[in-house]
Design a protein. Structure first.
Lengths: 367, 367
């Protein structure tokens, strides 16, 4: 499918990922029976399970994409650290790993010490929130290989996080015990996660002009500030639930691909489906972007989280007490729906044109 | 010091690294007594030692900088994987870690499946050479945030590698047992490592014009091909020596900062010095670049490896047998000098204007 609105080609992206995975597979045998042995049980998982002499390690990498432009436009640099941490530690959490360390790479065109200071301050704050340490990092000056908006330092920022599977878990959480009747809890998001910003920027540019970030969103905020809203980090909550002995059967981190694609990764091991008839509605500013860009429900729910940052599958009997513990921990949640035996994900959408979006589990395609 | 020739500012780079480290330190306490606890013994080391429930893990991150432009210029994409792997696994090896896994992030402006295929093929081949597996990776389309040479796909490529400290080692190798009289072995490099390419490109552009890569170097090679020469990966050799019970007291991976800066990291724990009066001479094409750019010995030895890719400090009594094992393993080495009690590194340089380069161990500065 060509995603014409954002200018990115999803099919080509998938093809390139498959090419990379094809070559990567040729290296898996290098660690068989040694430290760093890759466990193959959960292909398509959010993070990888690697055995280091009995320690079950998780490793995952990601960047914050073009959300960086929002910092360049607003001059606010001390919140992107939350986005950087969220993208990787929540991919670890999605398989049950307790995130522990993060190593980051900051590519810049030229250096501005004040901007670096604000970025790293935000990274430290987000790391303290997530309970992880930053043992290492690298700053690379790459001149005209890095571009962006405006005249200040431009940069791209990515990281790799490692974590450990808590003793409480016999194996990584990958949806393997899900049964019909299980409940799906949705954790509220704070705004856009660090994906889907190419489309966002395109819509706002077309509707509000080159300096769209400085246009008023409401009496208090400009558009740039609203879109920069930092990601909420769920990983400490997930670790807390696991250490409290709560059984979480599957966890979907809702990033690119939206609810359907990411929940599908959790359901496909058991060929289950889900009926989600009580999800969170998108934030006001998400809905406004959807409206301005005349983005249909299907596309909006494919690209953005639409108010639902993470979804947990739990036993029906324990859903209330788990929701209580989540709320006590300072996160907002609701029972969004339940697991069904039919191999479909049905989402009662809550955007500008509420409708039933139905996806086939096997193909991952909308029906 | 302003490195005028390359256009990068080393002092500002160091300042920004210090800023980043200052903020990172505020996160170290987050893992005290937990998995992912950072061991603070070897500040300034090439890689970090992290305790995961008794497993001593090493983690390090780096990218291949502007060497990428050489692939864009020559259209040869299947060798950069060796550079990517070398930069991180050899930083692990420099502290004794056996590299095991690598996670990579490829940032592109737009996707070209054929180029991605060639890059990942090279990464797989280099990983097989290094005996590591590639459990994960990420490809990010960042549009005009990524720039480069020519009209094809532009990209920046970085990775994070993890490894394990072999049981044979009581602790990470960090130069802690070095004494005067120990010998310094130099391992021959194949060419430039993946650093110092901004200056390289500037010199060649000024001397040979915009299409310098297509100018003849000799009857067989163009300049672009010579500079693209992939990095030799030392990590399997280091692991082999350690597993064979050979005592390696200190290991310097010669990247940015050259022999002096990187050997200094190994010597400063014991306040030793080194007299290096028998190092490898630079490769012919290195020497030619030095000549074309009228780069002085001091600068050349600060930015490039000048023929010496890695240096090992070993006991005088075992140096011959270790050299034999290195040679049998297919690597070239020579006894480059020895450890001295005086806190200076003295390098008898072998570039265009051979001379004694003397550096103070405490300040790291040239005397």
């Amino acid at each position: 499918m060509k995603n014409k609105e954002s200018g990115t080609n999803i099919n080509l992206g998938n093809k390139c990922s498959q090419i990379a995975f094809g070559w990567a597979k040729q290296t898996f045998g290098n660690r068989t029976g040694k430290a760093g042995d890759l466990k193959q049980g959960i292909e398509g998982a959010f993070s990888n399970v690697i055995d280091y002499n009995g320690v079950r390690l998780g490793i995952t990498s990601d960047g914050i994409g073009t959300k960086v432009e929002l910092a360049e436009r607003t001059g606010i640099y001390n919140t992107l650290g939350y986005d950087l941490v969220a993208m990787v530690v929540d991919d670890l959490a999605a398989n049950g790993f307790e995130a522990a360390n993060l190593s980051n790479i900051l590519d810049v065109d030229f250096l501005d010490a004040k901007i670096v200071d604000q970025l790293m301050k935000g990274l430290a704050e987000a790391s303290n929130f997530a309970g992880i340490s930053v043992p290492g990092g690298e700053i690379a000056e790459l001149g005209n290989r890095i571009g962006g908006w405006g005249d200040r330092m431009h940069f791209n920022w990515c990281s790799t996080a490692t974590g450990i599977l808590p003793e409480e878990l016999p194996e990584a959480i990958a949806g393997q015990t899900i049964i019909p009747g299980d409940k799906v809890i949705s954790l509220a998001s704070r705004g856009f996660r660090s994906n889907g910003f190419s489309l966002l920027r395109k819509v706002l540019h077309e509707k509000l002009g080159e300096n769209w970030h400085a246009e008023k969103y409401d009496d208090k905020y400009m558009w740039g500030e609203k879109l920069l809203t930092p990601c909420l980090i769920y990983s400490p909550l997930i670790t807390k639930l696991i250490k409290a002995g709560k059984e979480i059967k599957g966890i979907a981190h809702i990033t690119g691909g939206g609810i359907a694609d990411n929940l599908n990764r959790v359901l496909k091991l058991t060929n289950s489906g889900a009926l989600l008839d009580n999800i969170y509605a998108p934030h006001g500013f998400m809905q406004k972007v959807q409206e301005m860009g005349q983005i249909g429900e299907e596309q909006a729910y494919l690209i953005w989280n639409m108010g639902n940052g993470m979804m947990l599958v739990v036993n029906e009997d324990s859903v209330e007490e788990i929701c209580d513990l989540i709320t006590q921990s300072g996160y907002d949640c609701k029972i969004a729906g339940e697991i069904t035996p039919k191999q479909e994900i049905i989402i009662q959408s809550m955007g500008n044109e509420p409708q039933k979006l139905i996806y086939d589990i096997k193909s991952g395609q909308k029906i």
